[in-house]
Write a protein that binds this ligand. Structure first.
Ligand code: 5GP
Ligand code: ZN
Length: 119
């Protein structure tokens, strides 16, 4: 593997196929799979295959990977048919914002009316 793998990281294990997931889209450096506890008709998680703990660490990598994650998220929205009705991209960053898995992931949410503010 060319990317960094963190021992005992749930999403690194999904990348390694050690834990099953419903993969819906993949690029060389990113992976998209359905959330196990969906909060909307479309609820997909997009991750870099390499381990970064949060969005700040991903942005600091400064190698185009954050771009690729966002492009993959949009491709997922198109594939899921939610790009025209509207969809939401969320990076929960830090425990105070509800981040529970510390391998950065963008939530792609769509397929229903999404309230704002999110609460
Ligand atoms: P966070 O709260 O960190 O922003 O989001 C973590 C997300 O990961 C949650 O929406 C949760 O449902 C999802 N999740 C947790 N464990 C698993 C798993 O084993 N498989 C999948 N596909 N999603 C998971
Ligand atoms: Zn990881």
């Amino acid at each position: 593997k060319v990317w960094h793998v963190e021992t005992d990281c749930l999403f690194c294990k999904i990348v390694a196929k050690e834990i099953p997931a419903t993969i819906v889209y993949e690029t060389e450096r990113t992976l998209a799979f359905r959330d196990i506890n969906p909060q909307a008709p479309t609820h997909v998680l997009v991750i870099p295959k390499g381990h970064y703990r949060d969005a700040a660490a991903l942005a600091a990598a400064d190698d185009g990977l954050a771009d690729e994650v966002i492009k993959t998220a949009h491709a997922v929205a198109v594939q899921e048919g939610v790009h025209e009705s509207g969809y939401r991209l969320v990076f929960n960053t830090g425990p105070g914002a509800g981040q529970t898995v510390f391998h950065v992931h963008a939530h792609v949410l769509g397929g229903r009316d999404l309230g704002w503010p999110p609460g």
